[in-house]
Design a protein around this ligand. Sequence first.
Ligand SMILES: NC(=O)c1ccc[n+]([C@@H]2O[C@H](COP(=O)([O-])OP(=O)(O)OC[C@H]3O[C@@H](n4cnc5c(N)ncnc54)[C@H](OP(=O)(O)O)[C@@H]3O)[C@@H](O)[C@H]2O)c1
Length: 358
Amino acid sequence: MTMPTGTIVLTGANGGLGTVLASNIIDAKDYHGIYTVRDVSSDTVLSSILRRNAVRPTTAGDQQPVHEMVALDLCKPSSVREAAAAINTKVQSGAMPRIQALILNAGLREAHGQTWTDEGLDTTFTSNYLGHWLLTLLLLRSMDKESGRIVVIGGAVHDPLDPCNSINRAFVEDEWKQILVDASSETVDAIAKGEWSASPANSANDPRGLCGIRRYGAAKLCLVMMIIELQNRLNRDPDISRIAILGVDPGIMPTHITVGDHGWLVKSIITFVMRILAWKNPDGLMRTPQKSASDVLAAALSVDPPIGSTPKSVYLNGSQPKPVSGEAQDDEKRAAVWRASVKYTNLKDGETVLVDWA
Ligand SMILES: NC(=O)c1ccc[n+]([C@@H]2O[C@H](COP(=O)([O-])OP(=O)(O)OC[C@H]3O[C@@H](n4cnc5c(N)ncnc54)[C@H](OP(=O)(O)O)[C@@H]3O)[C@@H](O)[C@H]2O)c1
């Protein structure tokens, strides 16, 4: 059984998982879809799907858009604010139903080298976490207050102690077994500015891109922390306390984030092997984007077990509940990341309907 109709907002809709999610949302027919991409003018699989499905005949005989792209660069606070304002205006004006599900799917891993935003923040931190944090707070006013859900796409990489990381070997040495050594603002700043596990100037000194994997893990930890921290704050807010935030680890999929930095031949071989492994064991470590998209959509819309009608702070490995890391459960570390998020986004009174945001 699934939730009633409404709008689904999906970030990173041009990506490997995002395109399958968008296509499944369109096939479901019941939802208005907002698909965020960095470049709305690029010719992609998503844009061609949308060209075929952007309009649906209404009973009055005219055409009403039900699936559309919105420009969003999570590394630019102005872009996040513009995208949120465009969506909020549509909901407020009645042009679009309230948001049933906000799926925070965009993600970035810098395989080699490192980049920073105009504000001097690590691109990995802002793409995976900070932009999503801001977008979510701004869009809360447009969420369905009875049954709206926010779905975070997590990953084993948020937890250095997760045995799944034995494949990447990024957290083998003791110094990497904890991401935030304490809850001080300096420690969070080092993550936000990309000083923690910074990539060397010469990428030959980090041939396997382990520095970038660790920064990706740190950003995912902040995102997974949001599942508990934001839920606690929502729970204290009678007007929006029924909104649930939950997370899904989609497993390892042969998408750009994992195989994108290889040449086409190596990429094709890795993709082929990963797909065989995923086919032999659909719930194993390797998954297809199709299988993970169905898990993410279940998290967003299903009321069947183990998700249920109010899946507050639930975290799923595919379709199975799994605890988040010890660090994500640490109240003080979560509070420190929240404070830094307010500081770095310069969130102001009136921008979010969440009462307990500061
Ligand atoms: N693939 C895996 O093995 C794996 C494992 C665990 C978790 N995940 C998570 O699954 C989600 C989907 O990733 P994927 O596998 O589909 O990877 P992908 O194919 O690389 O897609 C990532 C998407 O994120 C978008 N993105 C990156 N930086 C952005 C920014 N600054 N602003 C806006 N959008 C941005 C990209 O947009 P452009 O199209 O504009 O580049 C792209 O569409 C991510 O959250 C990822 O962390 C993936």
